[in-house]
Design a protein around this ligand. Structure first.
Ligand SMILES: Cc1ncc(COP(=O)(O)O)c(C=O)c1O
Length: 388
């Protein structure tokens, strides 16, 4: 049909040559997904069953990232969310109901802790926090309505490695789901599903992204029944990941193995160097015997990543710890780890119930891709701030 130029702006007959082949996954953006037949219009979330229906449920870029993460984690399917914390909240809202009880480690990621304490509680879900090193002893904390056990290993900041298989065995005997935040291991250094976890999530923001420029999460489930519950809830909760971010994550994924290897080696060298320093009481790195649960890490993990903490010797003041972190020139101060740059954050656990008594003496590091000797030289000059 004849078209006015204004119509051509929208409905064009322009054509480009076919047959372009590239190593890069195309970035498919789109909210509106087109149907070929009026009778086929259907707001069905399950794109794997019915094809594409709405951008909220993913474009081919989103679904390729999901499928690749699922392949790495050995699951049934993976859902990509707009961030790691969104993956966490989506799991809670999908699998819990009013009247349920859940078990969550004291060392869980801070915003997850806030979510269960302040939001889920309002919706009638009760939480008991447990010591991350509890292992099989978790049995004593089960109630008839315990529906879910969260694991996060190693734990946030204090780095305790959990006996996930023992916890899973107890939980399954009681009919509870085992959910794991597997971000530290990038979903690959610990095979969560093979160790008894039912639903695993990670912040793709960290190692898969790898360049500190995106926020994404991934939830991987073991079977179709779990997938159906998750999909139905994503549809109504509405968390939709940006295909542009997914495209960056797909790019990050290609180099993750070499980045992780370099980061692992450098972080271990820095951690061992710190362990020998007179200012340091203890290094909380899962690959070092001084870390709670080190033996479990040796048994269950395939390697270590770049995030660990250091407990400074008693006697340092909070101001000295802050001066130390401020004095570092290569370690930047920032929360979101997993990228190419090294980071340091000082924490203060004074008065925190359920956490080890490290007070204000704990500093968390992420080792990035800088030359290891330069990082150690930076720490050496920073540590002078701790001397009286
Ligand atoms: C262990 C862990 N889980 C989840 C998250 C949340 O990820 P995001 O920042 O993508 O929301 C973080 C972020 O720091 C994390 O450290």
């Amino acid at each position: 049909m004849k078209k006015d130029w204004t119509t051509k702006l929208i409905h064009s007959d322009a054509r480009v040559p076919e047959g372009f082949r590239s190593l890069a996954t195309p970035t498919y953006r789109g909210s509106t997904t087109l149907f070929s037949d009026a009778g086929k219009v259907d707001d069905n979330w399950n794109q794997y069953e019915v094809g594409y229906t709405y951008g909220l449920y993913g474009t081919p870029t989103t679904l390729e990232l999901a499928a690749r993460i699922c392949e790495l984690e050995g699951g049934f399917r993976t859902l990509i969310t707009p961030g790691g914390q969104c993956a966490i909240s989506t799991i809670h809202f999908a699998y819990l109901k009013s009247g349920d009880h859940i078990l969550v480690p004291e060392s869980v990621y801070g915003p997850n802790r806030k979510l269960v304490r302040f939001v889920l509680r309002r919706f009638g879900v009760e939480t008991t926090f447990y010591s991350p090193t509890i292992g099989r002893g978790i049995e004593a904390l089960f109630q008839p309505n315990t529906r879910m056990v969260w694991c996060e290993s190693p734990g946030s900041i204090t780095m305790e490695v959990q006996d996930v298989p023992a916890i899973a065995e107890v939980a399954h005997a009681r009919g509870a789901l085992v959910v794991m935040d597997n971000t530290w291991a990038a979903g690959v250094l610990f095979d969560a599903l093979a160790h008894g976890v039912d639903i695993t999530m990670q912040a793709v923001t960290k190692y898969i992204g790898g360049h500190s420029d995106l926020l994404l999460g991934a939830i991987t489930v073991k079977d179709e029944a779990q997938w159906n519950v998750l999909g139905e809830h994503q549809q109504v909760l509405g968390g939709s990941a940006s295909p542009d971010d997914c495209s960056l994550a797909l790019r990050g994924m290609k180099t993750m193995a070499v980045r992780l290897k370099a980061i692992e080696a450098s972080a271990l060298q820095v951690a061992k160097w710190l362990e020998a320093r007179p200012e340091v009481e203890r290094v909380l790195h899962p690959a070092l015997p001084s870390c709670p649960g080190h033996e479990i890490w040796k048994r269950d993990f395939l390697g270590s990543s770049g995030l660990f903490s250091v407990v400074l010797k008693p006697g340092v003041t909070k101001q000295q710890v802050l001066d130390f972190v401020n004095a570092l020139e290569l370690f930047e101060i920032g929360y979101s780890w997993g990228g190419f740059a090294s980071l340091a954050v000082a924490y203060d656990f004074t008065g925190f119930k359920g956490r080890p008594d490290y007070g204000c003496r704990i500093v968390r590091f992420h080792v990035g891709l800088e030359k290891t000797e330069d990082l150690m030289a930076d720490l050496e000059q920073g540590l002078t701030k701790l001397r009286n």
